[in-house]
Design a protein around this ligand. Sequence first.
Ligand code: JFZ
Length: 611
Amino acid sequence: MEKSGLINLIFCTRSTNRKLYVFLVVLFLTAGMMAQDPNKIDQLVSGKQQRMEWWKEARFGMFIHWGLYADLGGMWEGEHIDGLGEWIMYNAKIPVENYRPLAERFNPYYFNAESWVKLAVDAGMKYIIITAKHCDGFAMYDSDVSDYNIYDGTPFKRDPLRELKDACDRYGIKLGFYYSQNWDWNEPDALGLDNDWDFPDRDSKDPDVYYREKCFPQVKELVEQYDPAVMWFDVPWDITRDQSLQLLEIIRSEDSSVIVNDRISHEHLENRLEMGDYLTPEQVIPDTIRENFEVCMTLNDTWGYKRCDHNWKSSGKIIRNLIHTVSRGGNYLLNIGPDGKGRIPAESVSLLQFAGTWLKDHGESIYGCNASPIGAGFYYDARCTSRPGKLYIHLFELAVGNRLLLEHLQMNITDIHILGDEEKTSLSFQYNNSGDLMVDFDPESLPGRVSIDPVTTLVISYNGDIDYINTPDIVDPVHESVFRPSGATFSGNCMYGLNDRWDRYRGYEMIEWNNNGTMTWEYRSLQQGDYEVMLKYGSDSAGLGSIIDIAIGGQSIRHRTKTTNSRYQPEVFHGGVVSLDKEAGKIVISTDYQGEDASVVNLSELRFVPL
Ligand code: JFZ
């Protein structure tokens, strides 16, 4: 505000000298502000380690998207509206004058804070983040800043955030608030992805007015009156650095223990954690990441309730996602979208209850656990979580031959058993000549209850340090070996990374692969054997019939590509058979494809099946 005041002054003055003078003052002030900035930021972000202590212990949380949109359930004027449930106002371009009246009949009389919080607790979740205000601009608490809220504007006349806060305190879990600070489709002055159907004149919009009159005071009252553990901001596309800083100041001057996510400040800033405490990958589990992060994910394909969305993930998938996330050192924030009457979809309830049941026996391998200290990947489908003195090896597929091999892994092992085995029967193990740890186990013959679904988890207890070399993957006559693009090195026209989709296909994929682009993996074969080589990919491309060459151990396999339903619906194709000696070497895969698509196929796996 100060700055724009001065700029106005410049244009009002007639004398050039005065202009110059004012210009210099502005320059001086700006430089001064920038010089002070680093200290100010340092102050505002200090104490991060302490703040993040409970958060790192928690590892599993509940996201709740709930607002007026929930009452529509994805339908407007008798039509299913494509896209996210909470985006319906935007996607159907619903005028403010038609959307606001939804409040007058919003009456979620089934809402019960106690049972929502109990569901989270039973699911093994340690915190809840709920939408205090999503992009539609409607506040789900008793706000003094705007009457457009659930307490003042609906027949419900209750404050769910207050009731949830009380219930969370009773159950001893944390409560945090999602707040859409940048986008607000109810406000004529908000920018970002703005409401251009009611308020088309973008040039006349002054986001400062919106921030000053709604966003800042609402965040202030949330922090002052509800004592949140986390403030979860969103899509900061058009927020300035200064506006983000002001938000942070409002929060931290009240309470320095409030955790703030990265989306408080502009997405494309180089240093995404300049202000926030942690990163927020959405709908995907990152391959490698060194910072604190929290993966937020839906149970179906929407955050806010949609009556027509029944594309639920499986219970096993949820457990594997949780493990996968913790194995990379992050938290998993799993979403529910209650409906307009305050009911949680039955499918969501049963998925969460399944997670809770699994966590009762396996929580030791999740809560307070750290990332895998032995690399991100195994050559079979498994993940590792850890804590000092313990490794948890989660097998997503059971090994052929009931033998587990951990490459080049040496340490002073005191015990190995299966998590959930009440007898804690010790498993025998030995080292082979190459220094690989080999564990014998046969889940069928173990006493006590050992679940192999959705995962089997081994606990390795050890003293001292781990001696581990993350060198070549192994082709092993006992296990199937899987080589994924995430573990390859690339050359030429070949790239694997996060796609730019926001639908259910958001994720890592072959962004580019054509025209002699190659991927290379190293391998080590433990003993002589024959293998069937399989390729797993999805493809809808014009590249049908293109060539993929796989070179390994002096042999080569030529594969002609086929199509599947889409590049996101992979199928497994036979490549050929190779015969490997006890040796180490490279697997090189390349394509001659030169067509229009960026990648010949969307390859996800190269699998060696021992024959
Ligand atoms: C954002 C929100 O828009 C969404 O409603 C939900 O709250 C989620 C947790 O966070 O997700 C986005 C952000 C940007 C896009 C899509 C979803 N986008 O650019 O299409």
